[in-house]
Ligand binder design. Structure first.
Ligand SMILES: [Zn+2]
Length: 136
């Protein structure tokens, strides 16, 4: 498949930028689109203007996913403590899956090199705070 244009996932414009990391969600979306024959073949990037926005959205998604996973696990735990049967375990798993899938509503892909590790690994004094032109 030939790669198409690079498109920013934040502003949806054709732009150059930092490529987005492949993850299971993106792979699944791509697989579905390829099967339906509507894959665009675009390269997903985050343009330099939107890096900060993308980082915040990604952080929000990761927090949401963590809370939903904990909620789901807690729910299964409570069900297992109260009713010890296969049926209730099954219901618990279904509810947990639904709770976790809510987190996917906030899904946002991760731009390469914008993770927490990348920031903390930056040498001291590195300019990860971008200097903005003064506002008028
Ligand atoms: Zn953009």
């Amino acid at each position: 498949m030939a790669l198409g244009k690079s498109v920013c996932v934040v502003c949806r414009q054709e732009r150059d930028g930092v490529p987005v990391e492949d993850d299971p969600v993106i792979a699944a979306i791509r697989a579905v689109k390829t099967r339906l024959g509507i894959a665009t073949g675009n390269r997903l990037v985050v343009c330099h203007e939107d890096l900060e926005t993308a980082r915040k959205k990604r952080a929000r998604f990761e927090r949401t996913l963590m809370w939903c996973a904990m909620l789901g696990a807690a729910f299964i735990f409570v069900i297992l403590l109260s009713k010890q049967s296969l049926a209730s375990l099954f219901i618990g798993l279904v509810v947990a899956a639904v709770v976790v899938s809510f987190a996917l509503l906030a899904y946002f892909p991760k731009a390469c090199g914008t993770g927490i590790a990348a920031v903390s690994a930056a040498p001291a004094g590195a300019t990860h705070k971008r200097v903005r032109p003064p506002k008028r």
